[in-house]
Ligand binder design. Structure first.
Ligand code: G1P
Length: 289
């Protein structure tokens, strides 16, 4: 029996410089794909996967995220105000229950490993998930749920992976694979953002992780890795041999919403999934090409 995963950490302290000027006053996680901010897609994915506790590691200028997770509805007495309050309630129905959202601050942008380390007191001594809001995954079964199913079977650490073109390995954590059944890969090594000629494979980590709390022991050392940052990949690599470690080729399509083209692709793909938009979007796309 493996210990259940109840908590998910959302590192949302990033500066979003790739989306300036849009991110000058608005957190990049609040940019909408159609009519929903990125962060809400990933929180809903975690909810649909059974996560109960949502931990946001925020930074400066991220107050819009807190507002988005606020239950508060100003209840006026006039009929118009009450109608407004009801409408607001309807758009808040997806929110986690009070007490299930917590925030902590990453005071300096020292890397993903550092952001996760900032959540150590809120996570405590239990396995947890990490969800990167830049990566949206469109799939019939939520991506995190697919990871949790593998975790049930294998225990240890589990990460979502996909093959990337060889010339893209410098953008990802890359797996060194010990065994592979075509769906689940057993990991014997990890390298953060290797050059193509140094990459042990083209199997790359995307933003969904199930981690054992012992990862904090390694993150405590604050060792700098690729790009001078404290890398989650390096901490996970240090755990190999002590814990089972697997990569899952998840089912679904992943969009890198940290890049402009990925964000645009996500907007089109998610619109095509929606009954209220599909026909109009198809008509528009046909007229454009
Ligand atoms: C981070 C991780 C990297 C992973 C990627 C997935 O990189 O460090 O290992 O492959 O997320 O999106 P970042 O995109 O923050 O540079």
């Amino acid at each position: 029996m493996v210990e259940p995963v109840r908590k998910a950490v959302f590192p949302v302290g990033g500066l979003g410089t790739r989306f300036l000027p849009a991110t000058k006053a608005v957190a990049k996680e609040m940019l909408p794909v159609i009519d929903k901010p990125l962060i809400q897609y990933t929180v809903e994915e975690a909810q649909a996967s059974g996560i109960e506790q949502f931990i946001f590691v925020t930074g400066r200028g991220k107050s819009s995220i807190e507002k988005h997770f606020d239950h508060a509805v100003e209840l006026g007495t006039s009929p118009a105000e009450q109608a407004k309050a009801r409408a607001l309630k309807a758009v808040s129905d997806w929110l986690p229950e009070p007490g299930r959202v917590s925030y902590t601050i990453q005071p300096e942008p020292l890397g993903l490993g550092h952001a996760v380390w900032c959540a150590r007191e809120l996570v405590g001594d239990e396995p947890f998930a990490v969800v990167l809001t830049d990566d949206l995954v469109l799939s019939p079964i939520p991506c995190l749920k697919q990871l949790l199913d593998v975790y049930q079977e294998k225990g240890g650490n589990v990460v979502a992976v996909e093959d990337v073109p060889k010339d893209q390995t410098h953008r990802y954590g890359i797996l060194d694979v010990a065994g592979d059944d075509g769906r689940v890969a057993e990991i014997k090594g990890l390298v953060e953002k290797p050059k193509p000629e140094e990459a042990p494979s083209t199997l790359s980590i995307i933003g969904r992780y199930i981690l054992q709390p012992q990862v904090f022991r390694y993150l405590d050392r604050h060792q700098r890795g690729a790009g001078g940052e404290i890398q989650l990949t390096d901490a996970m690599a240090s755990m190999i041999g002590d814990f089972p470690f697997h990569g899952l080729r998840f089912e679904g399509r992943r969009f890198d919403c940290g890049s402009k083209i990925g964000f645009l692709e996500a907007s089109v793909a998610y619109a095509l999934e929606r009954d209220d938009l599909r026909d109009d979007v198809l008509r528009f796309l046909r007229s454009m090409v």
